[in-house]
Design a protein around this ligand. Sequence first.
Ligand SMILES: Cc1cc2nc3c(=O)[nH]c(=O)nc-3n(C[C@H](O)[C@H](O)[C@H](O)COP(=O)(O)OP(=O)(O)OC[C@H]3O[C@@H](n4cnc5c(N)ncnc54)[C@H](O)[C@@H]3O)c2cc1C
Length: 385
Amino acid sequence: MQQRLLDDVDRFCRELRPLEDIAYLEHRYNDMLIPLAKKYNLLGMIVPKEYGGRGADNLTYVRALERIGMEGSGIRSFFSVHTSLAQRLLMRYGIEEQKEGYLKPSARGDKIFAFALTEPDAGSNPLEMKSVYKENEDGSYTLNGTKYLITNATIADAIVVFAKGNDGRMSAFIVDTDREGIEREPLTAKMGTPTTDTGMFELRDYKVSRANLIGKEGDGWRIAKEALIDGRLSVAAGCVGSIKDCLVESVRYARERVQYGKPIAKHQLVQEHIAMIRLDYSASRAIVKHATMLKDEWDKDCSDERKKRRADLAVAEAKLFAVNAAYDAADRAMQVFGGRGWSYLYRPARHLVDNRVCRIYEGTDEILKLKIASGILGKEYRAYE
Ligand SMILES: Cc1cc2nc3c(=O)[nH]c(=O)nc-3n(C[C@H](O)[C@H](O)[C@H](O)COP(=O)(O)OP(=O)(O)OC[C@H]3O[C@@H](n4cnc5c(N)ncnc54)[C@H](O)[C@@H]3O)c2cc1C
C-alpha cells in the first residue's frame, strides 16, 4: 500500500469539499477539480512512474477511489473515466508513441480523457452503435457518428472513441478535441452529479491519423469490454466511500439531533438504519477487495483468459452489489436526517441522487445480473448479446 498517495488523496478531498459544496448548490461544474487534482499529483495514480505517474498498485488505487467516493460519485466518476478507463486502456494497449504523446501528458494533467462508447441508439448493447470509420488512401481514418451521455465529454482534451469499420467490427481511436470535425455539447438537465461534466458530441468527417488507432483494427470490442472491468471496479470502490460518508454523517447527526427528549441515536429504529448502513459498508468493502485481488491476478498475467473471466465476474458482482448498497445507505442516511435529509444542503441527498446513476452506467443492474447468471449457468444461457 502506498500511504503517501493515500495521504495526498485525503488532502485533495479535504481541500475540494468546501468548493464542491458551493458548486453542488449552484448546480455547476466544479472548475477546481482538475487544478486541485494536479496540485496533489493525482491525475496519473496508476500510470507507471516512467510515464510520469505514481505507479499505484491495484489495492492502493481502490483505496484512493474509496476515499474520493466519500466526496460523491460525481467526483469519483471523473477519475473512473480519466484513469480507470482511458489511462488503463492505454497502459494495456497503447504503443510507445501513444504512451509518450497521451499517457505521459495525461499523468501530469495536461491532457484529460473521456471514453465514448454509448450512443443515442446503443447503450446496453454497444454492438448496435452507428458510428463508423473508413480508411483513407493515405492510411488515415475518417470517423462519423454521435456519442451520447459521455463523462468528461466537454472538458476532455482527448477521447477514446469506438466506431465500426466496413466489416462491422469495432475499433478504438484517440480523438483530439481541438481539431476540426468534432462538436461538443454539455448535458446539464441531469438528476445528480452536477459538479462533473457529462456531454455529447458529434464527429463529422473527423480525420484521425493511423497513429491514433488503439491496438489493431477490429480490437475495439475487446478493448472496450476489458476497460469496463476496470471502470466497474472503480464505480464499486467509489460506492464503498459513499457508504462510508453516509455512515459518518448519520452517526454524527443521530448523536446531535434531539427528539422526544433524547438524541435520536437512542431510538431503536434509528439504530436500525445505522446498523444497516454499516452492513452495506462492510459487505461492499469485502466484495470490492475480493474483486480487486482477482483483477490484480489478471493484470499480472493479461493473456490468461481464465483469470480475465474470473476478474470480470467478480468485478460485475462487486459493482452490482456495491452500487445498490450505496443507494440503500444514502436512502437510510436521508431518513436519519429527516426533513433536512431532503435538502442538498446536507450530504445524504447528494449521495442519493449521485449514487442512483451508478446503477445505470458501466453496466446496468439488469445487464450485470444477466452477466453473473450466465457466468454461472454457462455461455449458452446468456440472455443478452
Ligand atoms: C451520468 C452518465 C454518465 C455516463 N458516462 C458514460 C461514459 O463516460 N462513456 C460511455 O460510453 N457511456 C456513458 N454513459 C452511458 C451508460 O453507460 C448507459 O446509459 C448505459 O450503458 C445504459 O444504456 P442506455 O442508457 O442506452 O439504456 P438502455 O440500454 O436503453 O436500457 C434501458 C433499460 O433497459 C434495460 N435493458 C436493456 N437491454 C436489456 C436486456 N437484454 N435485458 C434486460 N434489460 C435490458 C436496461 O437495463 C435499462 O434498464 C453514461 C450514462 C450516464 C447516465
